[in-house]
Structures are given as C-alpha cells and as structure tokens.
Ligand binder design. Structure first.
Ligand SMILES: *[C@@H]1O[C@H](CO)[C@@H](O)[C@H](O)[C@H]1NC(C)=O
Ligand SMILES: *[C@@H]1O[C@H](CO)[C@@H](O)[C@H](O)[C@H]1NC(C)=O
Ligand SMILES: *[C@@H]1O[C@H](CO)[C@@H](O)[C@H](O)[C@H]1NC(C)=O
Ligand SMILES: *[C@@H]1O[C@H](CO)[C@@H](O)[C@H](O)[C@H]1NC(C)=O
Ligand SMILES: *[C@@H]1O[C@H](CO)[C@@H](O)[C@H](O)[C@H]1NC(C)=O
Ligand SMILES: *[C@@H]1O[C@H](CO)[C@@H](O)[C@H](O)[C@H]1NC(C)=O
Ligand SMILES: *[C@@H]1O[C@H](CO)[C@@H](O)[C@H](O)[C@H]1NC(C)=O
Ligand SMILES: *[C@@H]1O[C@H](CO)[C@@H](O)[C@H](O)[C@H]1NC(C)=O
Length: 681
C-alpha cells in the first residue's frame, strides 16, 4: 500500500506540473498558447533513441465465420504487420478462433485465451478481460475491438509514449467507415487496392471515416504495465460489447487520478466498418438481456459514471511538425513530449513566429476535435427494463443439456450466492457446462442473470426464503428442500436426467461418466452414513443433496411418491426420500448399499462413501490438506454438510482452499490471477 501511495502522490505532483502551475508566463503569447518551462523538461525522457516496447493486444473475438470472420482476420493481420514486438491474445472459447490462431503456425504471435469469465452464451465479461490484460508481461497492454484495423502510426504513438516516466492510460476512438475495399498482401505488410496495386489507404480512410459514432467498444485502451492500477475501486461485471464499460473505465481512471490519461485519437488511425446492413441474427435478439444487464450494473455501481461520456476535456496527444505534443484544450496549454530538436524552451528560438504559428495551427485543429455529438442522449439514464432471461425452462434445458440429455441442477437462494458462484466456478474449471440454476428468490435470480448464469425461477417457491438462517433443521430449510424435489420432478417429466447437487458439494472431478453407468430405473444417491464400516443404507441415511435421477417412467413414478410424501410431512424432504424409497425402518433394503421400492421396482443405489463422502465421514474437513486427503481416497465430490450455520459452513470451505470465487473482484479464481485472499471474516 505504501508504494502505491507514494506513486500516486508522484503522479499527483506530476499532474500539478501538467496543469501548468510551474509555467513561464509568456506574456504576449499567453492568451493563445502556453508552453511549459524548461526546468521540467527532465520529467520527460528523450524519445529519440528508444527501443520499441513489447505490446500485447487483447481482443474478444467472435467466431471466425462469414463477414465478421473475414473482417477480424484482416484486422488481426493488420496488427501483426505493424511490428514483430506485437503479440495478439484473442478471448474466446470457440473452436473457429483456435483454428484461426493455429493457422499462423506453432510459434506464432497469436494465441487464444479461453480461461476468463463468460456468460453461458459465450459473451466474455469485460472486467475479466481487463484483469487478464493487466497480468500481461509485455510492456504495454492494449484492449480493443477485434474488427478494428490499425496503421503504423499506432506503433509509433506507443513507441513515443512508452518513454513517459509515469504510468499512463491511452484512449483512442476509432473511425467508422462504410466500406474498406483493401486487402493485405501475403506478408501482411502492404495494402493492396482493387486493381492489385499497392496503395496507402490511410489518407482515404481518414477523409471518409468519422469519429462521430457512439459505440464505446470501438475505443482503444492501452496502458503501460506499471504497478499503478488503472483506477480506484472494482470494475462491475459488465458484459463485453453491451455498452457502458469503456466509458466507465475512462471516467473512473480520470477521477481516480492514478494515471496520466490522454486521448490519442488524433495520432492513431484506426478504422472499423459500420454494421449498418447487419443481417438479423436470432441469437442477438436472445441476447438483448445482456444490454439490459449492463444498464442495471451502471445503475447499481455507476454514480460517477453518469457524467456524460465526453472526452473533450481529456488531454490530447497530437503531432505537429513531426513531433508529439500533449494539449489541454480547456486551459490552452501545450506540452511537448520530449525535447525534440528545434523546439527548445530555453532560448528565443521558440518564439520565432513561423514556428509557433504552425503549432497554434495544429492546436486549433485539436481544440475543435473530440466533442462527441449525439451520444449524450444514448447515455442518459433510461428507466430500467426488467432483467429477465428470454428462456423458458424447456428452452434452457435444451440449450444446456449434454448429449445424454442430462443436466446438473443447483437450487439456491440469495444468502447462498457466494457459495453458488464458487460451485459454478468449480464446474467451469472442470469444463462441466450442462448445469442450470433454479432461483429460489428474486434477488438470486437477478444476481444470476448479471453473472451470466443459466437460471430459471421456481414459481411455486415461497418468496421469502432469502435470509441467513436457512440451514438444516429450520422451517426455512424444510421449505427450500421441498422445492428441490418438485423442480427435479418437473425436469424429469420434460425428458431430461438430473444430477441434483447442492451448492455446498465441492466437486473434485466430474462424476457424470460414473453416474451414467448405473442403468435405467436406478436412483443413485449420496449416503449420509458417517461410520467407516457397516451398511451405508440404514434408515434416513439417504442424502437428498446429491443424487442422480433418470428420466424414465419408473423413476418419475417413484419421485412423484416422494414429492407427495414430502408435501404431507412436517419434516424436510430428505426423510421422505428414504421412507418412500427404502421403507420406513429400511424395510425395502436389499443389501448394505441398495433398496428397492416395491411398487415401482425402482432400485436405490447408495454411492460409495469413499468416492462421495459426506461432511462427517472420516472428519475429512478437519484434515490439514482436505484436497489431497480426498484425492488420495478417490473422492469425486465432498459434501460440506454436517455443520450448522451458513457462516461456519462458508468459513470451513474457504479456509480449506476448496473455494473458487473471488467475491471482491466478482470473478472466478484463475491460475493467471495473482493470489488474492478472500476476505469474509
Ligand atoms: C458512422 O456512425 C454514425 C453514427 O452511427 C453514422 O451516422 C454514420 O453514417 C457512420 N458513418 C459511416 C461512414 O458509416
Ligand atoms: C486542463 O485545463 C483545465 C483548465 O485549467 C484544468 O481544469 C484541467 O484539470 C486540465 N486537465 C488536465 C487533465 O490537466
Ligand atoms: C414466509 O412466508 C410464510 C407464508 O407466507 C410465513 O409463514 C413465514 O413466517 C414467512 N417467513 C419469514 C421468515 O418471513
Ligand atoms: C453418456 O452416456 C454414456 C453411456 O451411458 C457414457 O458412457 C458417457 O460417459 C455419458 N456422457 C457423459 C458426458 O456423461
Ligand atoms: C412411460 O409412460 C408413458 C406414458 O405414461 C408411455 O407412453 C411410455 O410408453 C412409457 N415408457 C415405458 C418405457 O414404459
Ligand atoms: C409433525 O407431524 C406429526 C403428525 O403428522 C405430529 O405428530 C408431530 O407433532 C409434528 N411435529 C411437529 C414438530 O410439528
Ligand atoms: C420398524 O422396525 C421395528 C423393529 O424392527 C418394528 O418394531 C416396527 O414395527 C417397524 N416399524 C415399521 C413402520 O415398519
Ligand atoms: C494440498 O495438497 C495439494 C496436492 O498434494 C497441493 O497441490 C496443495 O498445495 C496442498 N495445499 C495446501 C494448502 O497445502
């Protein structure tokens, strides 16, 4: 914290300098233009003999198909052609993106990063992209749109600002053009026009392209990888490309004053083709909720950010007479970037009329630029549309189920939201993607939608279960658990097999391949037997927090009996499972790990307690390394039950390291993240 503080202070001082406190007043000149004093020249390093910085460009890629695919391909090749020091990392989980990266050969400068947070429809989370880009080991990280074409002035700008001796954040708006009829040659170095001739399309694009669009994803962000964060506070989990996020970062960066923020739109020529005649895509319609989600986040987190997205007050980088300058249009101050030849602040030379006439001319152009027109309306706070996924349960199941028509079901209320997220992150890591979440209350529903989870509401659920004390033995617990069997039955009737897993069940490895080996008409459940030897199917030893039910007539009929039994019982649903399927007193037991319900002939198989241990078995939660102890006995899962109180349960899981979610950054924990302790207690 100490270093951060002193660095921030240094920047603060520098900002004071930049603001022109230590300026020579040049009397006959001051009303038009002010130049900073030479004594501060040392603040800016000499740029002339610089070696190029290493640059990594991060971009969220759409699948490489059709028009968008070829636009992306052209854009990425235009980046790679700029310098050997540029690497490209594409965020995606789509196979076509991997193929595209592979097409550059084994040691290419293009790679794919699938290991960030995505919604269940594959849209990446912006906060996760930014966090990943910040871990880059290159000198400069760039975050930009995957269809935007760059020209060599991009790399010359970065080379120049790389020598600034403080941390910076560059922004640059791209221009929209209606058409880009040029191709790159096979080496990716030269542009070819329609007639097969080499051409220089930059000028033409500059004259046709317009900065006056309102798409904030078309703003390039670049920063040097110093110690100073981009801004204060935590970036909300915005979805990429759905509005608001780039403006949010820029406004936060400006108001935090950690870094020197400047606008390089005038020195970086970048272009994208407007999607005016875009084909209708039903998937985009289904994703309307994603924009709604970002609006909700903006309303939830973005008080500062209601400021209109207008960068006209941001210091601008411009080039004049071949040299880079920063200009503050509001105060009419120009700062040279480095002491280039011929522009010295020591002598009278600077006042040679011809020289500063040119500079004034350049600066006048700068001042007229940068007012975003017509975007303020778009950025006004609209009344929030309700946050609803446009998916019925049927549609959600068909999107999510695996090839065996199986889904993994979690049922959760708001008080278990962090536990749910840790569970979800664990499933992501195991590449289990067929889960769905049933929301017990409105708060968890909204939370899940914003976290990009495939969620549905249980309409029959009691609406007031969202409080902390909903744990084993309470009334609340009974009502919650009875929801579960009802929802499972509903899904079975729709033709899908269900692996029901409480969110306090930690998964070491995917149990589905094992669970599917039990035949039809077999109901497979965890045993709650804590003893090390003896039968595992004694009365009331069936744990209804982890079971696999097939969508066959036998199972459905038997489950109906369980649900009916539970609805008449004043206990939780767990005893109803046992008493209905294994008989009160265990009278339907066949042997030490199976029962058979006599009316339906459904067989109940209790899972091996070493492979599927409950929370009391062998005191596994007390071992010094829970993970390695469990792995050694072959655990598929470990249930965090047999403990009372939500808080203690949470503590036990976090302290044992079986925790996969960072509540402070709202991201799954990942290997590329620097270790961050989870702060609960
Ligand atoms: C750029 O975007 C603006 C606003 O969306 C639009 O009015 C304009 O026609 C676009 N220009 C081009 C060249 O596509
Ligand atoms: C630009 O100048 C204005 C007016 O003096 C000042 O308020 C503002 O802070 C300056 N901007 C920056 C980024 O220094
Ligand atoms: C929840 O609602 C039910 C019925 O509407 C009521 O009996 C119960 O006391 C409520 N519980 C809480 C914690 O408000
Ligand atoms: C699907 O079922 C088959 C056979 O029942 C099994 O071998 C396979 O592992 C199952 N797939 C998954 C993903 O569970
Ligand atoms: C299951 O039940 C449905 C309707 O109750 C019936 O049409 C179907 O044939 C049954 N399937 C089996 C395998 O018994
Ligand atoms: C549960 O119901 C049984 C009869 O169905 C009754 O005897 C018992 O007292 C009830 N227990 C509670 C705690 O209400
Ligand atoms: C349960 O078992 C005990 C002892 O075996 C017996 O006395 C009792 O009648 C049984 N109860 C039921 C409902 O089967
Ligand atoms: C527990 O053991 C595993 C595997 O043996 C090891 O990777 C991990 O670092 C250990 N965890 C702790 C907290 O010691």
């Amino acid at each position: 914290m100490g270093t951060l503080h002193s660095k921030a202070l240094k920047i603060g001082l520098l900002m004071v300098w930049l603001c022109g406190v230590v300026l020579i007043s040049i009397s006959f000149y001051v009303s038009t233009l002010i130049l900073p004093s030479s004594s501060n020249k040392e603040q800016i390093k000499n740029l002339m003999n610089s070696v190029g910085p290493t640059v990594t460009i991060f971009a969220a890629a759409s699948p490489f198909i059709g028009l968008i695919g070829s636009r992306q391909s052209l854009a990425v090749r235009s980046w790679l052609g700029l310098s050997q020091d540029i690497r490209v990392v594409l965020f995606s989980q789509d196979p076509s993106v991997f193929s595209f990266a592979d097409s550059f050969g084994p040691d290419s400068r293009v790679s794919v990063e699938p290991d960030i947070d995505y919604t269940f429809l594959g849209t990446p989370f912006f906060h996760s992209m930014v966090a990943r880009a910040q871990t880059s080991d290159s000198d400069i990280s760039v975050l930009m749109d995957s269809e935007t074409i760059l020209f060599p002035d991009f790399i010359s700008t970065l080379n120049s600002v790389h020598k600034l001796d403080h941390d910076w954040l560059l922004i640059a708006s791209s221009r929209n053009i209606s058409d880009f009829p040029f191709q790159l040659d096979v080496y990716g170095q030269h542009w070819i026009g329609g007639n097969g001739q080499r051409i220089e399309p930059k000028k033409e694009c500059l004259s046709h392209g317009s900065l006056e669009h309102c798409d904030d994803t078309k703003v390039i962000m670049a920063w040097n990888n110093g110690d100073i964060p981009l801004h204060n506070g935590v970036l909300p989990p915005f979805l990429y490309g759905k509005g608001f996020h780039t403006d949010w970062v820029i406004n936060e960066a400006l108001s935090s004053k950690f870094r020197f923020v400047f606008d390089a739109s005038l020195t970086i020529s970048s272009f994208f083709v407007s999607n005016l005649d875009f084909d209708f895509d039903p998937k985009i319609d289904a994703r309307k909720w994603e924009n709604v989600g970002n609006s909700h986040l903006r309303a939830l987190y973005g008080s500062l950010f209601f400021r209109e997205a207008d960068y006209s007050n941001v210091i601008k980088l411009f080039i004049c007479n071949g040299h880079y300058h920063f200009g503050n249009a509001t105060s009419n101050i120009v700062y040279p970037l480095g002491p280039p030849k011929g522009l010295s602040f020591n002598g009278v030379e600077v006042f040679r009329l011809r020289k500063y006439k040119k500079l004034i001319g350049c600066f006048d152009k700068v001042k007229s630029f940068g007012k975003k027109v017509g975007c303020s309306k778009k950025n006004q706070l609209m009344p929030l549309e309700p946050l609803v996924l446009p998916f019925s349960l049927e549609l959600l199941l068909s999107v999510r189920a695996d090839q065996n028509k199986t889904v993994v079901l979690a049922v959760a209320g708001y008080s278990y939201k962090d536990m749910l997220m840790s569970w979800v992150c664990r499933l992501h890591r195991l590449q289990v993607s067929n889960f769905v979440v049933c929301a017990l209350d409105d708060d968890i529903y909204d939370f899940c939608v914003l976290q990009g989870l495939p969620v549905f509401r249980d309409r029959l659920a009691p609406s007031n279960i969202s409080y902390d004390d909903c744990h084993f033995g309470t009334n609340c617990f009974q009502r919650v658990t009875k929801v579960k069997s009802r929802v499972v039955l509903e899904i079975l009737k729709l033709g899908y097999n269900v692996l029901m897993s409480d969110v306090d069940v930690y998964w070491f490895k995917n149990p589905l391949p094992l669970l599917t080996t039990f035949g039809p008409a077999v109901f497979v459940a965890q045993s709650d037997e804590y003893k090390i030897t003896g039968p595992i199917n004694l009365p009331r030893r069936l744990n209804s927090g982890f079971y696999y039910a097939r969508s066959d007539n036998t199972t459905i009929t038997a489950l109906k009996k369980v649900v009916k039994h539970a609805s008449l019982s004043n206990l939780s649903e767990q005893p109803s499972f046992y008493d209905t399927l294994c008989g009160f007193n265990g009278s339907y037991r066949l042997d030490d790990d199976t029962c058979q319900e006599p009316e339906t002939n459904l067989v109940v198989h209790f899972l091996d307690r070493n492979l599927f241990p409950n929370g009391a078995y062998r005191d596994l939660w007390d071992s010094s390394n829970v993970s390695s102890t469990c792995m050694n006995i072959g655990c598929f899962v470990l249930h965090n039950n047999w403990i009372s109180g939500r808080q203690r349960k949470l503590e036990r899981q976090v302290s044992s390291g079986l925790w996969e979610y960072d509540t402070s950054t709202r991201m799954c924990l990942r290997s590329w993240q620097r270790f961050k302790p989870v702060s609960y207690f």
